[in-house]
Design a binder for this molecule. Structure first.
Ligand code: GLU
Length: 482
């Protein structure tokens, strides 16, 4: 049974790349009937913040995919300490008492290139090491990378294929810092082993860490998981996406706040580095689960498109419009109601249900519904240019005739869109006007703009009272101008 995990470090908000890692893990789990685990990698107390944790949860909750099990590394220190002790006991690890000073190596062993270990520390006898530790001397616990003889560490990444590195090129990496806190490598592998993770699916930036992890899994006596690394996400100029340089573009919540449907965003992220091999683009959650396999993940970096002015990728916007279009209107109405309320409109459920189908194919984001449907909700239209009332092939007098006639024919009788249409068409021919010459003045009078949803339905939903009021107002404006 597949068990996968998403393991964010709470050092910032939920990054677009992390969200994609989460989604690929989730799809893999769902496709294979496996288990999705959320593991919070919060061992680095100096860099972790509760705020960041909250915002990661906020992002994940918005994606609305859920997970099956949840762990926090900060609650599992015991496990890492026990595992470290066992590694020391079995000779897979040793204490390094080299004092860390500014010039020396960091605890991760990243010093000058090619650094492998402090040989004298590696060679320290166990008795001497125990004595110095008992005396309270600080140390870093390091993994004893097999060196004599050196060997190749080999694995087949499910995306990047065959990988190999000689232990002659792997430094004795730290397992425990001098504070006793586990490093990422240690905590991550101990957890992956303990949680019986079968597939590690994560960003390509971790590909080279995998050699260390394999050595560690071997030493822990764990069953070796499979590895799949995901291609990098890059900016249009080829730069790696970074929180610092690309700010809002990389935050998941930017898309939420722009009025995206989580399913559309999930769909968009899936197409960054994966494809279903049949040219489909717009895919529902169910279709993604059904189609998702790691074989479909590409090796080449995936470009996220944005500009300095607009952080939203046009492809994402298009997908969002498609997802909005395919929602049942009742569901969309439910989603739009709060958007309209936030804009300050009074909206009843009934009104939301009637307006929604009229604008469903005209909005690319939920937020668009505010500017596209405002005239349904306000009593007074925002000021518009009365010249808009005049049809293209016509003049002011013609507009006036059309509106005066409309005022009469709409003031009584059935106000269903079919009846409205019938009466307005008859009125147009009575006046010798083309449909467009009759309808444009009415549309502008009621909606305040030329570009609006289908006229007769719009009139019906706006209601007789509003329509008559606005048509009368438009007549007044035209008269005043002539
Ligand atoms: N906490 C690590 C990160 O955020 C997890 C990497 C992994 O999946 O092993 O990069």
């Amino acid at each position: 049974m597949a068990r996968v995990r998403f393991a964010p470090s709470p050092t910032g908000y939920l990054h677009i790349g992390s969200a994609r890692t989460f989604i690929f893990n989730w799809l893999f789990a769902r496709h294979n009937g496996g288990t999705m685990i959320l593991r919070i990698d919060d061992t680095d107390v100096e860099r972790n913040t509760e705020e960041s944790l909250d915002s990661i949860f906020e992002g994940l909750r918005w994606l609305d995919l859920g997970w099956d099990e949840q762990y926090r590394q900060s609650e599992r220190f015991r496990l890492y300490r026990d595992a470290a002790e066992a590694l020391l006991e079995n000779g897979f690890a040793y204490r390094d008492f080299t004092p860390p000073d500014a010039k020396a190596l960091s605890e991760e062993g990243e010093g000058k290139a090619g650094w492998l270990c402090h040989p004298e520390m590696r060679a320290l006898s166990r008795a001497e090491s125990d004595r110095r530790a008992a005396a309270g001397e600080p140390f870093v616990l390091r993994f004893r990378v097999p060196r004599e003889p050196e060997r190749a560490v080999v694995f087949r990444d499910l995306v990047y294929g065959e990988q190999s590195k000689s232990t002659a090129d792997i430094e004795d990496f730290a397992l425990l810092r001098s504070t006793g806190a586990p490093t990422y490598h240690h905590a991550s592998c101990v957890d992956d082993a303990d949680l019986r993770i079968t597939h590690i699916i994560r960003g390509q930036d971790h590909l080279t860490n995998t050699f260390k992890h394999i050595l560690l899994f071997e030493a822990l006596g764990a069953r070796m998981p499979e590895f799949a690394h995901l291609p990098l996400l890059i900016a249009p100029d080829g730069a790696k996406l970074s929180k610092r340089r690309h700010g809002p573009v990389v935050s998941v919540l930017t898309y939420r706040d722009a009025g995206f449907l989580p399913d559309a965003y999930v769909n968009f992220l899936c197409l960054l580095g994966w494809n279903p091999k049949d040219n489909r683009e717009k895919m529902s959650r169910e279709e993604l689960i059904e189609a998702f396999t790691l074989e479909g993940v590409n090796r080449s970096n995936a470009v996220v498109n944005f500009t300095d002015e607009d952080p939203i990728d046009p492809k994402a916007l298009w997908l969002n419009s498609q997802h909005i279009y395919s929602l049942p209107a009742e569901r969309l109405a439910e989603l739009l109601e709060p958007v309209w309320r936030r804009a300050g409109y009074e909206v009843s459920r009934g009104k939301a249900l009637r307006v929604t189908p009229l604008i469903q194919e005209r909005i690319k984001t939920l937020n668009d519904a505010v500017s596209v449907a405002d005239f349904f909700f306000v009593r007074e239209l925002a000021p518009y240019d009365p010249a808009e009332l005049v049809p293209q092939k016509g003049d002011r007098a013609m507009a006036l005739r059309a509106l005066e006639k409309a005022l009469t024919v709409l003031s009584d009788g059935d106000f269903s869109h079919a009846a409205i249409e019938e009466r307005l068409r008859a009125a147009a021919s009575g006046l010798g006007l083309k449909a467009g010459q009759m309808f444009q003045p009415i549309r502008v009078a009621v909606c305040g703009r030329k570009n609006a949803p289908p006229l007769f339905e719009t009139l019906e939903v706006a209601g007789r009272e509003i329509c008559l009021e606005r048509i009368a107002r438009a007549i007044e404006m035209l008269r005043r101008e002539s």
